[in-house]
Structures are given as C-alpha cells and as structure tokens.
Write a protein of this length. Structure first.
Length: 202
C-alpha cells in the first residue's frame, strides 16, 4: 500500500513536471523567433534570390510562431512576466533585423529608410521603458494599438521581403504603405507608455 501511494505520488510529480515544460512552450517559441530573426538577416545579407526566398520562407515560419505563442499562452494559461517582455523583444528583432538587412543591401528606398528610422527610434524608447519595468518586476502588456502596430510592421517586412525575393513590384508598393501605417501606429501607441499616470493609492 505504501509502495502504491509512493508510485502515485511520483506519477503526479512527473505529470506536473511535464505540464511545467508545456507551459514553457510560448517562451521557447519566442526564443526560436529571436534566433530565426538572426538567420533571416544573415540570409538577406548573403545576397542572391535563392537566399532571399529561403529567408522569406523562414520569415513566414517566424510570423506563424508569433501568433502561435500568444494563442498557446492564453490557451494553457501560461502567460508570465518573462513572456510579456520576451515576446515583444522577439517581434522587434524579427522586424528590425529583416528591414535593416533589406535596407543594407539596397532593397529599401530613402523614404522607406526614413520610416524605418522612426520605427527604430520608437522601439528603442519603448524598449527602455520595458527594461525599467522588468527591473522592477512589473509586467507591461502591449496595448491594442501596439499590437496593431506590430501586425503592420510584420506585414511591411514580409511584403518587402517578398518583393525582393520575387521582384514583385506590387508587394514592394504594399510594403511602403504598411511602413507608413506602422510608423503612424507606432508613434500613436508609444504615447501610452509615456503619458503621466495617476499615483498609486496609499
């Protein structure tokens, strides 16, 4: 009887540990997206249509992982303070490294590069706010405007990469429009991170 109880206890511990591993999946996907962002930038900088097409395929995979980690976190109730900070960092890396690499090899026009500068400045400022919040162990979830901004940025990066990989002019024009939208949404959503907040109740 004692042996059976111990065995059941061990089984419960094993199942709980497995559940803990599953709850780490959203953060693992964010880390994977961070690595894929670096791989995409390297492929773009390598030059050649085949490398660009491979970079586009990996970008689509990374974009899908962005949608998947949020869904899994909500589905499994696995949202965490680490994930709240790690997910936007992975998103920013994917977007800025992709667009930056495309700009470095000449696939972005000067107006597009100027918009990329606005986006980069916005992400740097908001990133500093997130770093301070992380040090204070405060969760800082993204606002609805920030989520729309991220969608516009991912669309812009994906379309720009598609236009470069397949020499498809309509995709390049659509990427320019999405960059403008992303810059506008970025500036608008950034206000929420810097506006004065009421003092905490005593």
């Amino acid at each position: 009887m004692i042996f059976i109880m111990d065995k059941n206890k061990l089984m419960r511990i094993r199942l709980r540990t497995r559940a803990d591993y599953i709850r780490l999946l959203p953060n693992a996907l964010s880390l994977l997206r961070l690595v894929l962002a670096i791989v995409i930038a390297i492929l773009i900088l390598s030059g050649g249509q085949q490398y660009l097409k491979l970079a586009l395929a990996i970008f689509v995979l990374a974009a899908v992982s962005d949608a998947a980690d949020g869904y899994i976190a909500r589905r499994l109730d696995a949202q965490s303070a680490l994930g709240t900070h790690l997910d936007p960092i992975a998103d920013k890396s994917l977007i800025l490294l992709t667009l930056g690499a495309l700009g470095a090899v000449g696939f972005l026009t000067w107006p597009a590069l100027a918009l990329l500068g606005v986006i980069t400045a916005r992400e740097t400022l908001v990133g500093s706010v997130r770093i301070r919040a992380m040090r204070k162990r405060h969760a800082l979830p993204a606002s609805r405007g920030a989520k729309l901004k991220t969608l516009a940025q991912i669309a812009a990066a994906g379309l720009a990469l598609c236009g470069a990989a397949y020499a498809w002019t309509p995709a390049a024009h659509a990427a320019s429009f999405m960059l403008i939208l992303a810059a506008v949404l970025g500036v608008w959503s950034a206000y929420g991170y810097f506006r004065p907040r009421p003092p905490d109740p005593l």
